[in-house]
Design a binder for this molecule. Structure first.
Ligand code: ATP
Ligand code: MG
Length: 509
């Protein structure tokens, strides 16, 4: 912060309109970026943020409106042109080649290249220098498959810097990072702006905007609302501007006594994909009518646990017991039939069939059953009615998107489709893995209410989340996972962030 030079406007987008068919994704949007500033763009899922940034990066032309870079009108026809103008973009989904090294990935796709080996050597030195200058701590020789998600993201940032970017667009850079990695990214952003670079930051997390941004432009349903100084506004103000109403951050939850044990995990052992032991005797239980939160830093065995509970991974030893019946290592379909429903972690991979319509995606596991099929024939009206209701309940946008291919929805709205489908499957156990990742505050409020409602209806809920705030505001009981085991348990009510944080880092309660 505060490296901003308010007198130097570097990028100006004026009256940007973007239509897809007769749908207007950007409706006269204004954006002014100063040198050395962090400028946040805030808007609900589907508001048009990524569209606006894709226009700036030359992915597609605006329907109307103009762009100026350093006072000169420009036509950014393709990303190459954007790069020449000093604009770089880090997309939410990384585009790195796993078996290649950092250097190879950064040089890859840059043309022309004569004599690859010579260039690689030079590139390696340049990458090392850049990494040092911005405190990225990236090893140019590391293979992508061996480095963490946070490190991969820094490689993407390096790639953009390597190409000479002065203006960096980061589209939801923190959505897949751990809290520690988020802190590190914020520091990197400070280094960038100190060097005179400007950063456009898209995030749904108001805390991050308060922490890192100078100014914030708010868009709502494709329309420009306002640009404000972040220092003048509270998180509540920003949320209100974004959704056009007051947002309730507090989750209302009445006391309730849980009953029978639905899930019991006993002394579970498992290996990760490299064959190293990752679950080292994990035990936990979830009863009807309670939310058990599993708190922990990414990589301590959460993914492997959920994979085993949903049939996608195998336990080496130990038991999974569901309603008194041992179900260890049964296939996914069987576990689903027995009542385990799941909001999957990787919603791009396990969630949606992109070319299928939203209606079809909403009945993926149930399409062969009544009321969606009768005597083997799909009941179109029932399918459409079901979709219509969920689209309304979950505020999936744009309204009336039943027949659209799921792949054309915005990232957050795709997530809402999966969540709507999974939480309305009424199995005894609901596993929610980072259920609000990538969702806007309005949608988070809705999903949180929904999870509490399911608990009130006496379902058993296992909430696995890297967001400590989410764990603390929803859970009745919190189990802390560290190094493949539960290292402690606290009551949800009155749980202390500091104590939990210490346990998550391997310290005692
Ligand atoms: N190629 C496309 N064809 C048709 N509609 C599109 C296309 N790209 C985006 N849209 C629509 O434009 C709207 C804005 O999408 P965009 O991806 O810009 O939203 P966003 O603000 O980035 O949302 P999120 O926070 O969920 O990522 C959405 O309703 C989306 O369905
Ligand atoms: Mg987006």
């Amino acid at each position: 912060m505060s490296h901003m030079d308010p007198n130097t406007v570097v990028i100006q987008m004026k009256d940007i309109v973007k239509k897809f068919g007769d749908f207007t994704a950007n409706d006269h949007i204004q954006l002014t970026i100063h040198q050395g500033e962090v400028h946040a763009i805030l808007g609900e899922n589907g508001a048009g943020k990524s569209t606006l940034m894709n226009i700036l990066y030359g992915m597609y032309p605006p329907t109307s409106g103009t762009i100026e870079v350093k006072g000169k009108e420009v036509h950014i026809d393709n990303p190459q042109k954007a790069i020449e103008l000093g604009i770089g973009m880090v997309h939410q989904h990384f585009m790195l080649v796993q078996p290649f090294t950092v250097t190879e990935n950064i040089v890859l796709g840059m043309e022309p290249m004569n004599g690859l080996s010579v260039n690689l050597k030079e590139a390696r030195e340049k990458i090392r220098a850049l990494s040092e200058r911005y405190n990225l701590m990236v090893d140019p020789d590391a293979k992508i498959e061996d480095i963490s998600v946070g490190m991969q993201q820094r490689v993407e940032i390096l790639k953009v810097l390597y190409r000479g970017a002065e203006f960096l667009i980061l589209d939801e850079p923190t959505a897949s990072l751990t809290p520690q990695e988020i802190g590190e990214l914020m520091e990197i952003i400070t280094h960038l702006t100190a060097d005179g670079k400007s950063v456009i930051l898209i995030t749904h997390k108001l805390k991050e905007i308060k922490m890192a941004a100078d100014n914030c432009t708010v868009i709502r349903r494709g329309k420009y609302i306002d640009t404000v100084k972040v220092g003048d506004k509270s998180e509540d103000d920003l949320a209100g501007m974004m959704v056009g109403r007051e947002v309730n951050f507090r989750v209302e939850k009445k006391a309730q006594t849980p009953t029978d044990t639905v899930l019991e995990v006993k002394d579970l052992h498992a290996k990760d994909y490299r064959g190293a032991e990752i679950l080292k005797g994990l035990s936990l239980s979830v009863r009807r009518g309670e939310i058990v939160g599993l708190a922990g830093v990414d990589g301590n065995g959460q993914s492997e646990l959920v994979a085993i509970l949903t049939g996608l991974g195998k336990a080496v030893s130990g038991d999974v017991v569901l309603n008194g019946e041992t179900v260890t290592n049964l296939p996914p379909g069987v576990l689903f039939e027995k009542g385990i429903t799941n909001i999957p972690e990787d919603r791009q991979k396990h969630g949606l069939v992109m070319p299928f319509s939203v209606s079809e995606n909403l009945i993926l596991q149930n399409f062969a059953k009544a009321p969606f099929a009768k005597h083997g024939i799909l009941q179109q009206k029932a399918i459409k009615d079901h979709a219509g209701k969920l689209i309304e309940d979950f505020d999936i946008r744009p309204a009336g998107c039943e027949q659209r291919p799921a792949g054309t929805l915005s990232g957050g709205n795709q997530q809402k489709v999966i969540i709507a489908r999974e939480v309305t499957n009424d199995g005894d156990l609901l596993i929610a893995f980072n259920p609000t990742r990538g969702l806007d505050v309005g949608a988070i409020e809705f999903v949180h209410k929904y999870i509490v409602e399911q608990r009130n209806k006496m379902r058993a809920i296992l909430l696995v989340s890297f967001e400590l705030d989410e764990i603390m505001s929803l859970s009745d009981r919190i189990d802390v996972i560290f190094d493949g085991k539960i290292v402690g348990e606290v009551k949800g009510e009155g749980a202390d962030e500091y104590v939990l944080g210490k346990m998550m880092a391997g310290g005692a309660a």
